[in-house]
Design a protein around this ligand. Structure first.
Ligand code: SAM
Length: 251
């Protein structure tokens, strides 16, 4: 599992910026920045769990005294290192494994990493991150929203309807996000460009993050334009916009 995951992300490293959705640049209301500002502290250490090629570093480095970037993919860490931040320490780590060696900090950030096709592995990641946050510290996760995915498909049906096409006539390929088995769908395992990706509902977040040992689990929305879901969305398609969940929690 971990080997496959590492190979997958190592292969993607060179084309990461074109293949992987950019949360930071797409965040319509700059919600992430507000949360980084809330926890900024030069005396604190921030750890970016599953840092990829380091897109969060320009936000974390000015706000924290020390920053760690951890990822399973050495190729992505090599690209992250090219950003040239002296105060960022990088290390390879499999976040699914027991957390003994993970660096600890007052602030944890984890953006679209606990999205694997399996409740246990995601729960292991969330629990490991919880253990590496120092008492009194906080964590901010970004994870895909099941409600948003369902709403996007609802809008697609609406869009077709406005053009005179009924639900039964819509090609199944258009609904491929929900193309998995019924048991996958009810577990939030949806297919983004063919890749099975865990999506979370709000009550599930409250349940799972509390079970992982976090306190004060709050959710917020990181909203994106409709271009994040559809090529050439119609001009009338405005708010409500699609979103990822931002999960803010305390230790
Ligand atoms: C969708 S990318 C997000 C990267 C980055 N957080 C961002 O927002 O740009 C998922 C990242 O999680 C990393 N990852 C996946 N499984 C992992 C694991 N078991 N341990 C550590 N990192 C993992 C991947 O290598 C990849 O960099």
């Amino acid at each position: 599992m971990a080997k496959d995951e590492k190979r997958h992300w190592d292969r993607l490293a060179g084309k990461y910026n074109t293949e992987i959705f950019d949360v930071f640049n797409s965040d319509r209301n700059e919600v992430l920045t507000q949360y980084f500002d809330r926890y900024a502290n030069q005396a604190h250490t921030a750890v970016d769990f599953g840092c990829g090629n380091g897109k969060a570093f320009p936000y974390l480095v000015p706000r924290f005294g020390e920053v760690w970037g951890l990822d399973i993919s050495q190729n992505l860490l090599d690209v992250a290192a090219l950003r040239g931040y002296d105060r960022v320490r990088l290390a390879q780590a499999d976040l699914v494994k027991p957390a003994r060696k993970l660096p600890r900090g007052e602030f944890a950030f984890c953006c679209n990493v606990a999205i694997l096709p399996g409740i246990d592995v995601n729960q292991a990641i969330i629990r490991n991150i919880r253990r590496s946050v120092k008492p009194g510290g906080a964590a901010v996760f970004v994870i895909p929203s099941f409600e948003s995915a369902a709403f996007a498909m609802w809008r697609l049906v609406e869009w077709y309807g406005r053009e005179g096409v009924g639900p039964a006539e819509i090609s199944r390929d258009e609904l491929a996000l929900f193309g998995g088995s019924k048991t996958d769908i009810v577990q939030g395992l949806l297919r983004i460009d063919g890749v099975t990706t865990k999506h979370y509902s709000e009550p599930e977040i409250r349940y799972l993050f509390t079970q992982a040992g976090f306190k004060q689990v709050n959710t917020d929305r990181i909203e994106y334009n409709w271009t994040s879901e559809f090529e050439n969305p119609p001009r009338w398609m405005k708010d409500p916009y699609p979103w990822d969940w931002l999960v803010e929690c305390r230790v």
